[in-house]
Ligand binder design. Structure first.
Ligand code: HEC
Length: 131
């Protein structure tokens, strides 16, 4: 019983770290390194420049300040449209790209396993600069 509750608390600590870790890291992000990560891990499915076309995923220009599911002309999944009713912020995007399939089960980005913790702050700093 003692062991079980320790395990639960440990799990809780991990969840809290996952939820709040990225927001602490954002300030320290290096956008130049973030650009490299974007090319490696996102550019296959996303463009990020103003007016660039949607690919398998929507264009991400200005995404850190825009309402979710509003890229013009992009065909979002029903799962994404139903769940993603927020305006993105650097923190919420960090949580989403760390584990897209857990944040919004069944969304079309679920095939992407997620960004490593060590790369998240740099990637978000890069995305935040694309506006
Ligand atoms: C395998 C293709 C794929 C990869 C790789 C991928 N994404 Fe996506 N992404 C998608 C798809 C598809 C959607 C739309 C989800 C839906 O409609 O269900 C999406 C949605 C998003 C959204 C929400 C956009 C909006 O308009 O609300 C963000 C933010 C995002 N992706 C960021 C990223 C970042 C950052 C990376 C790189 C770390 C990345 N994605 C890698 C396919 C991908």
């Amino acid at each position: 019983m003692r062991l079980a509750s320790f395990t639960f608390l440990h799990f809780l600590a991990l969840v809290i770290t996952a939820a709040f870790g990225p927001s602490l890291a954002v300030a320290a992000g290096d956008p130049a390194h973030g650009a490299v990560i974007f090319v490696r891990q996102c550019a296959l499915c996303h463009t990020v420049g103003r007016g660039e076309p949607n690919r398998f995923g929507p264009n991400l220009f200005g995404v850190t300040e825009r309402r979710a599911a509003t890229a013009p002309g992009y065909d979002y999944s029903p799962e994404f449209i139903t769940m993603a009713i927020w305006t993105w912020s650097p923190d919420t995007i960090a949580s989403f790209v760390a584990a897209p399939g857990l944040t919004i089960p069944g969304n079309k980005m679920s095939v992407f396993p997620g960004v490593a913790d060590s790369d998240l702050d740099d990637l978000i700093a890069y995305l935040a600069a694309q506006k």
